[in-house]
Design a protein around this ligand. Structure first.
Ligand code: COA
Length: 171
């Protein structure tokens, strides 16, 4: 598996990946995937975060996109990298690609963003049954930080999880 930034040539494969698991999008937005979701994923970033601090990486096996990762450098603190999304293509879930992708993400962060000390992410309660077990397995723990989550009509709660770098995942 190789991990590299998504290019304009990968947008169709990225859209296909997003559409392969409509349940995920529905759980966090209340709606099925829309036709511009791949483009939106590439463009969306928090206000005030410089464009070069966001990277969308693809995990490829045999030149096929099997997973996507949205990664923010220095958000919300200088020494923290925030994972906005890690999604594995529906046809390839449950066989270790999520774990392999995350391991490559840590390597990417450690080698290209040397100031980062902590990996961070937010789990929406409506997706917790899918995400929490996976992230705990990768060594993430809840910080206790939580806040209301709202996406149009969907109301839930997000809980923050972190993992210090320089620490192995549980195996
Ligand atoms: C969550 C997700 C990325 C996991 O990817 P995956 O490729 O299916 O997971 P893997 O096969 O690599 O599993 C890695 C480990 O996590 C464990 N795991 C995965 N999902 C789990 C769950 N819901 N509960 C408990 N453990 C889980 C696996 O058993 C495996 O354990 P092991 O290392 O002992 O073998 C995938 O289900 C997905 O893309 N879901 C939709 C998007 C999403 O919810 N992303 C997370 C929010 S950002």
């Amino acid at each position: 598996m190789i991990l590299r930034p998504i290019t304009p040539d990968d947008v169709e494969a990225l859209q296909d990946l997003i559409e392969s698991d409509p349940g995920y999008t529905e759980r966090v937005t209340g709606y099925p995937p829309g036709p511009a979701d791949a483009q939106s994923l590439l463009m969306m970033r928090p206000e005030n975060l410089p464009e070069e601090s966001k990277v969308v990486l693809g995990a490829f096996t045999d030149n096929r996109l099997v997973a996507v990762v949205d990664l923010l450098r220095g958000f919300p603190r200088e020494q923290t990298a925030h994972i906005g999304l890690l999604e594995v293509h529906w046809n390839h879930q449950g066989v270790g690609h999520g774990r392999a992708t995350y391991q490559l993400v840590e390597q990417y962060v450690e080698t290209t963003w040397p100031e980062i000390e902590t990996m961070r992410l937010a789990i929406v309660d409506t997706n917790a049954h899918v995400a929490t077990g996976f992230w705990k397995r990768q060594g993430f723990e809840p910080t206790g930080e939580e806040r209301p989550y709202r996406y149009d009509k969907l109301e839930s709660t997000v809980r923050i999880y972190e993992k210090p770098l320089g620490q192995k995942s549980r195996s």
